[in-house]
Design a protein around this ligand. Sequence first.
Ligand code: ATP
Length: 517
Amino acid sequence: MAQQEDVFKKIVSHCKEYGFVFPSSDIYDGLGAVYDYGQNGVELKNNIKQYWWQSMVLLHENIVGIDAAIFMHPTTWKASGHVDAFNDPLIDNRDSKKRYRADVLIEEQMAKYEDKIQKEIEKAQKRFGDSFDEAKFRATNERVLENQKKYDDLHHRFQEVMNAPGGIDLEGMKQIILDEGIVCPISGTRNWTDVRQFNLMFKTEMGSTADGASTIYLRPETAQGIFVNYLNVQKTGRMKLPFGIAQIGKAFRNEIVARQFIFRMREFEQMEMQFFIQPGTELDWFAKWKETRMKWHQNLGFGAENYRFHDHDKLAHYANAATDIEFRMPFGFKEVEGIHSRTNFDLSQHAKYSGKKIEYFDPETNESYTPYVIETSIGVDRMFLSIMCHSYEEQLLPDGQTRTVLHLPAALAPVKLAVFPLTKKDGMPEKAQEIINELRFHFNCKYEEKDQIGKRYRRMDAIGCPYCVTVDQQTLVDNTVTLRDRDTMEQHRVAISELRSIIEDKVSITSLLKKLL
Ligand code: ATP
């Protein structure tokens, strides 16, 4: 674990050193859990967004996009339940003065039991090799059974407090923390305050006080911008059910605990799609979207073993089924995307609060009804982090040296091709520029002439550039260059005229999208 934390620290500093992610307002020592994306980060982020947007809007005839404002009428958030219920339970440790989410402390305790079980299994697997029978081992090994019981008991109690009839049972939650002997990781003590609810929405004022300012909120999710536009889009687009509305945009949450870099931010970006369907079909569509979204993730080639579904124990007030897609980060399996069956909760609430009729007339059944909704909701920044974590490698080379390389999927890499003149003489820089001038219209290229070629390769490896081309003496004679592959480090001599056709297909988002069909 300590080793994994070390790796994570390295990834965070790599992100800063190579222009991916900077702390916000860095010269003023940053702002808690707010980050800026640098010259390479913004390209990677844009590519992630493009991959998502195109997979939704280009590949589905019945999904369209919108871009709603961040500010919304304040009644939106009354109707959606956020004013009354968008709370996290928080708890303070009196000695360290650190604040935690009480539910997260308990979830981490459950993860500890799971980890212990996993370690026993891995040890036994090594010992028994091919003859290892995991199911039997789980059913008979004493240490596994003991930890499984602790996990099950805790899980049961946790579900009870989270689903208490009058809302979360805050006292019960504190009791679990005390009974489990959970300590503050900073002070190491159990000197906890009571658990309190904390609303996560940021407030601000619109208009001057003189003409009656009103309190408005920075949206804590993009979804409501879609719901309030349901009628507009359905009518003007003459959309027939089932259909979806996709949106990418900023969301804001005053997170209590904002550690772990861009995993939990106070200002972040979401990619959400609300899929409107006939009531009664929601569990089928829920299953379909689970599969479609998992495929989108696994299509990046990071290995199926690094993903899992985590079904929710506590359903949000609006949901009748919910799951998370979790990815194996250096700090454990963590949620990257949520898929929720939201029933007709949001549309009905907006109908009630706005007084407008928000329904769909089904020409096939001649009935009017309020559509049900399946939501897919993914954080751009968490996706970015998962890609960074999986791609980062400190590789030991056969000559004993190490290189830091980002094995980014080529289609997402910020720079696709770097072009180097071997020296700054003999017209090589001009030739290199000529290549860039031709190819820059097709993909992102970068020119580099400083330092030895080896150093230039390393710099490109560190930003995940999949291809480098070197212009040398021979180029001036026969118009060929060496093309070097980031992952294998192999070099081939190819004609300049072939570069585009060799590279373009591998680095285009289209190549990723085609694999989804
Ligand atoms: P968590 O349980 O981690 O707080 P959540 O279940 O509240 O997340 P959702 O409301 O389902 O998250 O939001 C959908 C997605 O938005 C999440 O899967 C995540 O990728 C992203 N997201 C949510 N909160 C944050 C945040 N504070 N910083 C970055 N991304 C976030």
